[in-house]
Design a protein around this ligand. Sequence first.
Ligand SMILES: [Zn+2]
Length: 507
Amino acid sequence: MDRRELLKLGALAGAAAVTGVGANALLRPSPAAALAGLPGGSPLGNRRVKNVIFLAYDGTGYEDFATADFFARRVVGQPLRYHQFLSEGLTGTMIPSSLTSWVTDSSAASSAWSTGRKIVNGAVNQFPDGTELTPILELARATGRATGLVTTARATHATPAAWVAKVRAREMEEEIAIQYLASGTDVILGGGQAYFDPAIRSDGRDLFGEFAGAGYDVVKTPGELASSSGSKLLGVFAPSTRHVAYEIDRRFGGVDQPSLADMVRAALPRLDGAEGGFVLQVEAGRMDHANHEQDAGAMVWDWIAADEALGVLLEFVADRDDTLLIHAPDHDTGGGVTFGWGSRYSRTDPALMTFGNVRCSYERLLLDLMPRNPSPAQVRELVEANVGVPVGDFAAENLAALVSGTDMAGLRWGHQNAVLGSMKYQVAQLLSQSFENRPERPPVSFATSNHTAGFVPVVLAGAGIEAGNLGVIDNTELFGVMTAALGIEFENPAMTADEAQELVDEG
Ligand SMILES: [Zn+2]
């Protein structure tokens, strides 16, 4: 074989690796089903449970755990329950890929849990040819179980949606709200009033009224939540398209909305009253948004809020073997890391302690506190008072120019990656330490404003489960864990990555 033939062969091999069968096959998990070898295909063996609770942390991973763990111990003064939970549960590592991308979005990730099938990013329980998948809450209802969704994101956001709805695109939140009503889901708690509000919905439908007509208590404030006694409950606590406020803004900004733990405490007794048991998905949704926004202060406080909700759930499953608790992030976001700083990294811990000065998310600072055309002096004053970091002339002038040139109210802050574009980067660069390493700023640096491929921890607890090792599992395998535990025999239709990609390419 001469050199020319060799080159040709090399080029062909290269082409095959990029476009051929090999490309998407590489995205499939291997081994396909780590749990398949277990009795009943489940860590519980052939044992059944009455209830399943799935706690999802959106957009966070091992590195955030390290940052949040320091924050919890040293700044808040109370270790994370998650720390002990991870030690005492049946734990493993989860691969969070979607059907055609090694990096998943939230809708594909949640659909994978909910249906046992990977789909293309952006869809909710649908393949690109319109084939619909049946989500776990629909299957659970068919067994007579009550069902619930609790989230700090909008109630109709991707992660909760994928446990109930079937739509072509996750942005179809008006349709998702309609499907929630039709589904009969017993408890729905989160943010985003817009999608239920006749004054804002494009079809003018009054979904608040329709839910009330279907027997739901409809509540919009913590006070209404506390005084509600109905067994069916719709709680939407944030105005317009806003998510439930970041924990940091709830605690320090006087935002009158419930915490994730408050919402979980409201959901549990309603669902636990059901004769046939229940399935509940709880999402700590806003670590993801904080990481998209490269806002480490908001991220660590939402970890604290998520940890309180975890505490409520651990208390609920303690000493009862009829409830399985599953916990996993859907993916990591931002690739934020606490980095070593100073001689022998001696300045890392003092810099991390400055998390204690942060009193406000970037979201609240820019959307709610900053005047419309701020002067550099106003910017400096607001940032120093609320974010607790000193602002130089350069940052103050640039931030003032950025805010003045942007329709802040028109921004859907904390939404999908592309909405804020470079704005988010610029704000993060101007306000965070990554712009300049300063002793007054936490030493946390982000790799991206997008999701990452990072593998994430998964924990199974309750239901008499003992500490152990699950190994490396695929996100789709948690569907099998849930259906086996609930005594449901069901398989959704399948599509290969290559078939899906072809359909996407055909547009
Ligand atoms: Zn997500």
